[in-house]
Write a protein that binds this ligand. Structure first.
Ligand SMILES: Cc1ncc(COP(=O)(O)O)c(C=O)c1O
Length: 299
Protein backbone atom coordinates (compact mmCIF):
# COMPACT_ATOMS: atom_id res chain seq x y z
CA UNK A 1 0.00 0.00 0.00
CA UNK A 2 1.32 3.44 -0.90
CA UNK A 3 2.08 5.96 1.82
CA UNK A 4 1.39 8.79 -0.62
CA UNK A 5 -1.99 10.40 -1.10
CA UNK A 6 -3.03 12.50 -4.06
CA UNK A 7 -3.78 16.05 -2.95
CA UNK A 8 -6.62 16.23 -5.51
CA UNK A 9 -8.34 13.35 -3.69
CA UNK A 10 -8.61 15.33 -0.46
CA UNK A 11 -11.63 17.48 0.33
CA UNK A 12 -11.66 20.92 -1.27
CA UNK A 13 -11.48 22.45 2.24
CA UNK A 14 -7.91 21.17 2.50
CA UNK A 15 -6.84 22.66 -0.81
CA UNK A 16 -8.79 25.93 -0.93
CA UNK A 17 -6.27 28.81 -0.98
CA UNK A 18 -8.75 31.18 0.72
CA UNK A 19 -9.26 28.75 3.60
CA UNK A 20 -5.48 28.33 3.90
CA UNK A 21 -5.10 32.08 4.50
CA UNK A 22 -5.74 31.72 8.26
CA UNK A 23 -2.74 29.37 8.60
CA UNK A 24 -0.70 31.66 6.35
CA UNK A 25 -1.40 34.73 8.54
CA UNK A 26 -0.51 32.81 11.72
CA UNK A 27 2.74 31.59 10.16
CA UNK A 28 3.72 35.07 9.01
CA UNK A 29 3.01 36.46 12.49
CA UNK A 30 5.17 33.73 14.08
CA UNK A 31 8.05 34.46 11.68
CA UNK A 32 7.92 38.24 12.14
CA UNK A 33 6.83 38.70 15.77
CA UNK A 34 7.72 42.41 15.81
CA UNK A 35 5.64 43.29 12.77
CA UNK A 36 2.18 44.74 13.36
CA UNK A 37 -0.19 42.81 11.13
CA UNK A 38 -3.13 44.78 9.82
CA UNK A 39 -4.34 41.66 8.01
CA UNK A 40 -5.55 39.65 10.99
CA UNK A 41 -7.64 40.47 14.06
CA UNK A 42 -4.59 39.72 16.16
CA UNK A 43 -4.45 41.40 19.56
CA UNK A 44 -1.24 43.14 20.66
CA UNK A 45 1.13 40.66 22.40
CA UNK A 46 2.19 43.30 24.91
CA UNK A 47 -1.20 43.12 26.62
CA UNK A 48 -0.62 39.55 27.80
CA UNK A 49 1.15 38.24 30.88
CA UNK A 50 1.12 34.47 31.50
CA UNK A 51 0.92 35.03 35.28
CA UNK A 52 -2.54 36.48 34.77
CA UNK A 53 -3.83 33.05 33.82
CA UNK A 54 -3.25 31.81 37.36
CA UNK A 55 -5.01 34.88 38.72
CA UNK A 56 -8.01 34.33 36.40
CA UNK A 57 -8.24 30.71 37.55
CA UNK A 58 -8.09 31.75 41.19
CA UNK A 59 -10.85 34.31 40.70
CA UNK A 60 -13.02 31.70 39.02
CA UNK A 61 -12.36 29.11 41.74
CA UNK A 62 -13.27 31.68 44.39
CA UNK A 63 -16.43 32.42 42.45
CA UNK A 64 -17.35 28.71 42.38
CA UNK A 65 -16.59 28.40 46.12
CA UNK A 66 -18.94 31.34 46.67
CA UNK A 67 -21.74 29.38 44.99
CA UNK A 68 -21.30 26.67 47.65
CA UNK A 69 -19.30 24.10 45.67
CA UNK A 70 -16.91 21.89 47.65
CA UNK A 71 -13.19 21.77 46.78
CA UNK A 72 -13.62 18.45 44.97
CA UNK A 73 -16.65 19.73 43.04
CA UNK A 74 -14.59 22.77 41.98
CA UNK A 75 -11.79 20.51 40.75
CA UNK A 76 -14.34 18.41 38.87
CA UNK A 77 -15.89 21.49 37.31
CA UNK A 78 -12.51 22.69 36.10
CA UNK A 79 -10.85 19.44 35.10
CA UNK A 80 -13.41 16.73 34.36
CA UNK A 81 -15.62 16.23 31.28
CA UNK A 82 -18.64 18.35 31.98
CA UNK A 83 -21.83 19.75 30.53
CA UNK A 84 -21.45 19.93 26.74
CA UNK A 85 -22.67 23.52 26.48
CA UNK A 86 -20.18 24.63 29.12
CA UNK A 87 -20.29 25.85 32.70
CA UNK A 88 -20.03 29.64 32.39
CA UNK A 89 -23.27 30.27 30.49
CA UNK A 90 -24.68 32.14 33.53
CA UNK A 91 -21.63 34.43 33.70
CA UNK A 92 -21.77 35.12 29.96
CA UNK A 93 -25.50 35.86 30.16
CA UNK A 94 -24.76 38.37 32.96
CA UNK A 95 -21.94 39.95 30.96
CA UNK A 96 -24.20 40.34 27.95
CA UNK A 97 -26.95 41.91 30.05
CA UNK A 98 -24.55 44.42 31.65
CA UNK A 99 -22.40 45.27 28.62
CA UNK A 100 -24.84 44.94 25.75
CA UNK A 101 -28.38 45.02 27.13
CA UNK A 102 -28.91 41.49 25.78
CA UNK A 103 -31.33 39.62 28.05
CA UNK A 104 -31.17 35.85 27.60
CA UNK A 105 -31.37 32.86 29.94
CA UNK A 106 -28.13 31.02 30.73
CA UNK A 107 -29.52 27.94 28.91
CA UNK A 108 -29.47 29.93 25.65
CA UNK A 109 -25.68 30.25 25.87
CA UNK A 110 -23.28 27.64 24.51
CA UNK A 111 -19.62 28.11 25.39
CA UNK A 112 -17.45 27.15 22.43
CA UNK A 113 -13.80 26.63 21.51
CA UNK A 114 -13.50 30.14 20.11
CA UNK A 115 -16.10 31.86 18.03
CA UNK A 116 -14.87 29.61 15.25
CA UNK A 117 -16.53 26.57 16.80
CA UNK A 118 -19.71 28.59 17.34
CA UNK A 119 -19.86 29.25 13.59
CA UNK A 120 -19.36 25.57 12.76
CA UNK A 121 -21.99 24.41 15.25
CA UNK A 122 -24.55 27.01 14.12
CA UNK A 123 -23.98 26.30 10.42
CA UNK A 124 -24.18 22.53 10.89
CA UNK A 125 -27.36 22.78 12.91
CA UNK A 126 -29.18 25.21 10.65
CA UNK A 127 -28.40 23.85 7.20
CA UNK A 128 -30.16 20.52 6.81
CA UNK A 129 -29.76 19.70 3.13
CA UNK A 130 -28.09 20.69 -0.15
CA UNK A 131 -30.69 23.39 -0.89
CA UNK A 132 -30.00 25.19 2.38
CA UNK A 133 -27.61 28.10 1.91
CA UNK A 134 -26.38 31.01 4.00
CA UNK A 135 -26.05 34.61 2.92
CA UNK A 136 -22.95 36.49 3.98
CA UNK A 137 -21.67 39.99 3.65
CA UNK A 138 -18.89 40.24 1.04
CA UNK A 139 -16.01 40.77 1.65
CA UNK A 140 -16.49 38.19 4.39
CA UNK A 141 -14.40 37.04 7.35
CA UNK A 142 -12.48 34.05 6.01
CA UNK A 143 -13.23 32.01 9.14
CA UNK A 144 -16.89 32.02 8.23
CA UNK A 145 -16.57 31.14 4.54
CA UNK A 146 -13.96 28.53 5.50
CA UNK A 147 -16.30 26.98 8.10
CA UNK A 148 -19.08 26.78 5.49
CA UNK A 149 -16.61 25.27 3.03
CA UNK A 150 -15.58 22.41 5.32
CA UNK A 151 -19.26 21.65 5.92
CA UNK A 152 -20.13 21.80 2.22
CA UNK A 153 -22.59 24.66 2.74
CA UNK A 154 -22.98 27.23 -0.04
CA UNK A 155 -22.40 30.87 0.90
CA UNK A 156 -24.30 33.40 -1.22
CA UNK A 157 -22.57 36.80 -1.10
CA UNK A 158 -24.30 40.11 -0.38
CA UNK A 159 -21.87 42.87 -1.46
CA UNK A 160 -21.02 45.43 1.21
CA UNK A 161 -21.38 49.12 0.30
CA UNK A 162 -19.42 52.11 1.66
CA UNK A 163 -21.41 52.26 4.91
CA UNK A 164 -21.65 48.53 5.51
CA UNK A 165 -24.24 45.94 4.66
CA UNK A 166 -27.24 47.32 2.75
CA UNK A 167 -30.45 45.72 4.12
CA UNK A 168 -32.22 46.18 0.76
CA UNK A 169 -29.47 44.15 -0.93
CA UNK A 170 -30.05 41.42 1.66
CA UNK A 171 -33.76 41.39 0.80
CA UNK A 172 -32.99 41.22 -2.92
CA UNK A 173 -30.52 38.35 -2.56
CA UNK A 174 -32.85 36.46 -0.18
CA UNK A 175 -35.64 36.72 -2.78
CA UNK A 176 -33.33 35.54 -5.57
CA UNK A 177 -32.32 32.54 -3.47
CA UNK A 178 -35.96 31.68 -2.78
CA UNK A 179 -36.86 32.08 -6.49
CA UNK A 180 -34.08 29.61 -7.33
CA UNK A 181 -35.72 26.96 -5.12
CA UNK A 182 -33.15 27.12 -2.32
CA UNK A 183 -33.65 28.09 1.33
CA UNK A 184 -31.65 30.96 2.78
CA UNK A 185 -31.29 29.81 6.39
CA UNK A 186 -29.32 32.71 7.79
CA UNK A 187 -27.35 35.85 7.07
CA UNK A 188 -23.84 36.25 8.51
CA UNK A 189 -22.83 39.81 9.39
CA UNK A 190 -20.27 41.64 11.56
CA UNK A 191 -22.08 44.94 12.33
CA UNK A 192 -19.21 46.43 14.39
CA UNK A 193 -15.81 46.99 12.74
CA UNK A 194 -16.33 44.26 10.16
CA UNK A 195 -13.44 42.01 9.27
CA UNK A 196 -11.95 42.70 6.73
CA UNK A 197 -13.51 46.06 5.76
CA UNK A 198 -13.54 47.70 9.22
CA UNK A 199 -16.94 49.27 8.45
CA UNK A 200 -19.69 49.60 11.11
CA UNK A 201 -23.40 49.66 10.31
CA UNK A 202 -25.48 52.72 11.21
CA UNK A 203 -28.18 52.13 13.81
CA UNK A 204 -30.99 52.82 11.29
CA UNK A 205 -29.53 50.19 8.96
CA UNK A 206 -29.40 47.71 11.86
CA UNK A 207 -33.09 48.29 12.56
CA UNK A 208 -33.96 47.92 8.88
CA UNK A 209 -31.90 44.73 8.65
CA UNK A 210 -33.98 43.23 11.45
CA UNK A 211 -37.19 44.13 9.56
CA UNK A 212 -35.78 42.58 6.40
CA UNK A 213 -34.79 39.41 8.26
CA UNK A 214 -38.26 39.05 9.62
CA UNK A 215 -39.83 39.73 6.17
CA UNK A 216 -37.55 37.17 4.50
CA UNK A 217 -37.79 34.60 7.32
CA UNK A 218 -34.02 34.78 7.79
CA UNK A 219 -32.08 34.17 10.95
CA UNK A 220 -29.13 36.50 11.49
CA UNK A 221 -25.74 35.21 12.63
CA UNK A 222 -24.32 38.31 14.30
CA UNK A 223 -20.58 38.02 14.90
CA UNK A 224 -19.36 40.69 17.30
CA UNK A 225 -15.76 40.22 18.43
CA UNK A 226 -14.83 43.90 18.16
CA UNK A 227 -17.92 45.71 19.51
CA UNK A 228 -16.19 46.63 22.79
CA UNK A 229 -13.37 48.50 21.11
CA UNK A 230 -14.91 51.69 19.76
CA UNK A 231 -12.69 54.71 20.42
CA UNK A 232 -15.58 57.17 20.16
CA UNK A 233 -18.76 57.33 22.21
CA UNK A 234 -21.02 56.40 19.32
CA UNK A 235 -23.79 53.98 20.29
CA UNK A 236 -23.35 50.59 18.69
CA UNK A 237 -26.31 48.53 19.88
CA UNK A 238 -26.01 44.92 18.82
CA UNK A 239 -28.62 43.47 16.49
CA UNK A 240 -29.36 40.96 19.25
CA UNK A 241 -30.15 43.74 21.75
CA UNK A 242 -32.30 45.70 19.28
CA UNK A 243 -34.17 42.57 18.25
CA UNK A 244 -34.69 41.40 21.84
CA UNK A 245 -35.98 44.82 22.92
CA UNK A 246 -38.62 44.55 20.18
CA UNK A 247 -39.58 41.03 21.35
CA UNK A 248 -37.82 39.31 18.43
CA UNK A 249 -35.63 36.23 18.41
CA UNK A 250 -34.22 36.27 14.92
CA UNK A 251 -30.58 36.82 15.92
CA UNK A 252 -28.07 34.14 16.89
CA UNK A 253 -25.26 36.05 18.56
CA UNK A 254 -21.69 34.80 18.12
CA UNK A 255 -19.19 36.02 20.69
CA UNK A 256 -15.48 35.76 21.32
CA UNK A 257 -13.18 36.42 24.26
CA UNK A 258 -10.18 36.22 21.92
CA UNK A 259 -9.88 39.99 21.59
CA UNK A 260 -10.95 40.99 25.12
CA UNK A 261 -9.22 38.28 27.21
CA UNK A 262 -6.71 36.37 25.08
CA UNK A 263 -6.96 34.27 21.93
CA UNK A 264 -4.97 31.26 23.16
CA UNK A 265 -7.71 30.45 25.66
CA UNK A 266 -9.97 29.65 22.68
CA UNK A 267 -13.13 30.74 24.46
CA UNK A 268 -16.11 31.97 22.49
CA UNK A 269 -19.82 31.38 22.66
CA UNK A 270 -23.09 31.44 20.85
CA UNK A 271 -26.43 32.69 22.07
CA UNK A 272 -29.39 30.89 20.52
CA UNK A 273 -32.64 31.55 22.40
CA UNK A 274 -34.86 30.56 19.47
CA UNK A 275 -37.56 28.05 20.43
CA UNK A 276 -37.45 24.68 18.66
CA UNK A 277 -40.66 22.62 18.59
CA UNK A 278 -40.70 18.92 17.73
CA UNK A 279 -43.52 16.79 16.29
CA UNK A 280 -44.88 16.05 19.78
CA UNK A 281 -45.00 19.73 20.67
CA UNK A 282 -41.95 19.55 22.97
CA UNK A 283 -40.24 22.93 23.14
CA UNK A 284 -36.53 23.49 23.67
CA UNK A 285 -34.04 26.26 23.00
CA UNK A 286 -31.91 26.10 19.87
CA UNK A 287 -28.72 26.26 21.98
CA UNK A 288 -29.82 23.07 23.74
CA UNK A 289 -30.55 21.32 20.43
CA UNK A 290 -27.18 22.36 18.99
CA UNK A 291 -25.47 20.74 21.95
CA UNK A 292 -25.54 17.39 20.08
CA UNK A 293 -23.43 18.91 17.31
CA UNK A 294 -20.98 20.43 19.77
CA UNK A 295 -20.68 17.11 21.59
CA UNK A 296 -19.22 15.64 18.39
CA UNK A 297 -16.80 18.53 17.78
CA UNK A 298 -15.14 19.36 21.10
CA UNK A 299 -17.34 17.35 23.50
C1 LIG B 1 -15.02 38.63 12.61
C2 LIG B 1 -14.30 37.60 13.40
N1 LIG B 1 -15.01 36.61 13.96
C3 LIG B 1 -14.40 35.67 14.70
C4 LIG B 1 -13.02 35.68 14.88
C5 LIG B 1 -12.36 34.54 15.64
O1 LIG B 1 -12.76 34.44 16.92
P1 LIG B 1 -12.17 33.27 17.84
O2 LIG B 1 -10.71 33.50 18.00
O3 LIG B 1 -12.95 33.41 19.10
O4 LIG B 1 -12.44 31.95 17.15
C6 LIG B 1 -12.26 36.69 14.32
C7 LIG B 1 -10.79 36.68 14.50
O5 LIG B 1 -10.05 37.32 13.85
C8 LIG B 1 -12.92 37.67 13.56
O6 LIG B 1 -12.23 38.67 13.00
Amino acid sequence: MTAELRREDLHVAVRDPAAASMNFLNEVAARFPDAVSLAAGRPYDGFYVADDVERYLRVYRDHLAGTGLSASAIDRTLLQYGRTNGVIGDLIARTLAVDEGIEVPAEAVMVTAGCQEAMIVALRGLCAGPDDVVLAVEPCYVGFTGAARILGIEVVPVPEVADGLDPEAVLRVAREVRASGRRARALYVVPNFANPSGVSMAVAARRRLLEVASEAGLLILEDDPYGLFGLDDEARPTLKALDGAAGGRSVIYLGSFAKSVFPGARVGFLVADQVVVDGAGRRTLLAEELSTVKSMVTV
